[in-house]
Design a protein around this ligand. Structure first.
Ligand SMILES: Cc1cc2nc3c(=O)[nH]c(=O)nc-3n(C[C@H](O)[C@H](O)[C@H](O)COP(=O)(O)OP(=O)(O)OC[C@H]3O[C@@H](n4cnc5c(N)ncnc54)[C@H](O)[C@@H]3O)c2cc1C
Length: 385
């Protein structure tokens, strides 16, 4: 189906991202997958090309255009290029972390952080999850106690986070901490900067997929964080997280749907060439039916996602619609990559084939950013039952 969602500038932006990924990422991607991390220089290169901080005002070095279709175009190109592991760090930086900085920084913080976020010299992460708290953010135990010992007004932070994307590379970690025992109003967001004494990175975790993505443990032992690093008011963290999670979920939906489309395209190309029983695999009715179903599901989902992006741009995307997009597109991604592996036969299980990596990379999207079950809870709670 022809999409009329993008204007000429989005299409030009997508083409520029494609060229960038082709030159700067694709040739090195398998090395980074083996290394378990993407070099920091990729962020700087993306920044130089205008692919970071598109929504940051120009006075701070950003693109000055708050239009999520640019984020969407970038997320799609990452999936089409088959470099999801590297791309996740960049989309997390742009789609998920940056909105917190834009919405909650005061003037001093904007000047301190936004130029580096736009250039890629400051890589960002968001640390909510803890060993004992994932789906239920009210279970966060990392504590921050206000103190003015030594003359400086600061928080003393103790605790641990896990599963943090960009965890090794990050310079600025938006960290959800508990400043009081009140279940929701006890949460506050602090930005922990690289190098603070007592702020340590733990293991870069070994994962099933997304190998070039550093997903790490973080620990905090009596870390003194200046009060000037707090985002917004003390006690407003839960509300800030809830307000920003729809953007996180739509970003994951975009990536999931684009990954499904990439898997479909790869499979169409493969079944045209591969032969069995004297004919191409693509000529079997089963193959045509499977691919016809996938083509339909992708186009239908795309219409919903594009509508969500327009609502987001208009400030009207609801928590429920973002949850619908997230669970639907990631479950679709899972079904599609599985069926596409099947049509690749044994080659689909070989890591040198992009479809095999897509299969491994896909599994987590139904879990992170809120598991499918949590999305259904959010949607169900809003129904007039
Ligand atoms: C690769 C990766 C990257 C990640 N990146 C980040 C990051 O950058 N920052 C960050 O803060 N976190 C990150 N996470 C953490 C991720 O968001 C959590 O793993 C996710 O929210 C689920 O939390 P959990 O793992 O503690 O699972 P749990 O909360 O223990 O849930 C386990 C399962 O129980 C079920 N379940 C839970 N609650 C309910 C319920 N109410 N109703 C029905 N079923 C339920 C679901 O099936 C769920 O999958 C990442 C995780 C991974 C794997």
């Amino acid at each position: 189906m022809q999409r009329k969602h993008y204007d000429a500038e989005h299409i030009a932006f997508a083409e520029a991202v494609h060229t960038f990924l082709d030159k700067e990422v694709v040739p090195h991607y398998l090395d980074w997958e083996r290394d378990g991390i993407t070099p920091r220089g990729v962020f700087a290169a993306a920044g130089r090309n205008g692919f970071l901080g598109m929504a940051i005002p120009e006075q701070y070095g950003g693109g000055g255009i708050d239009d999520f279709r640019f984020n969407q175009a970038l997320g799609e190109q990452v999936a089409y290029a088959g470099v999801t592991g590297t791309g996740l760090g960049i989309t997390l930086h742009n789609d998920i972390c940056l909105p917190y900085f834009l919405a909650y920084c005061n003037d001093e913080q904007r000047q301190r952080w936004l130029p580096g976020i736009a250039s890629g010299s400051l890589i960002t992460a968001v640390a909510m999850s803890e060993p004992g708290a994932g789906s239920d953010l009210s279970g966060i135990r990392t504590s921050a106690v206000r103190s003015s010992s030594g003359g400086d007004d600061h928080y003393v932070v103790n605790g641990a986070k896990t599963f943090i994307t960009n965890g090794i590379n990050a310079d600025l970690v938006i960290t959800a901490v508990r400043t009081s025992e009140e279940k929701h109003r006890g949460l506050t967001l602090l930005v922990l900067e690289r190098g603070l004494p007592g702020f340590e990175r733990g293991r870069n975790l070994a994962k099933v997929g997304l190998h070039s993505q550093d997903t790490a443990e973080l620990s905090f032992t009596d870390v003194q964080v200046p009060v000037a690093n707090r985002l917004g008011d003390e006690g407003s963290g839960f509300g800030q997280l809830v307000a920003n999670l729809p953007k996180e979920r739509i970003s994951i939906a975009i990536a999931g749907l684009a990954a499904a489309r990439a898997a479909f395209d790869q499979t169409v190309a493969y079944v045209r060439e591969r032969r069995a029983f004297g004919t191409s695999i693509g000529s079997f009715q089963n193959t045509r039916f499977v691919l016809a179903e996938i083509a339909t599901e992708i186009d239908v989902a795309q219409a919903f996602v594009d509508q969500c992006i327009r609502a987001l741009n208009d400030g009207e995307l609801t928590v429920e619609d973002a949850a619908k997009a997230k669970w639907w597109c990631t479950e679709l991604q899972g079904r599609v990559v599985d069926r596409c592996v099947q049509l690749h036969g044994g080659y689909g299980y070989m890591v040198e084939f992009p479809i095999a990596r897509a299969f491994a990379d896909a599994r987590v999207t139904r879990i992170y950013g809120g598991a499918t079950e949590i999305m259904k809870e959010i949607i169900g709670r809003a129904l007039p039952l």
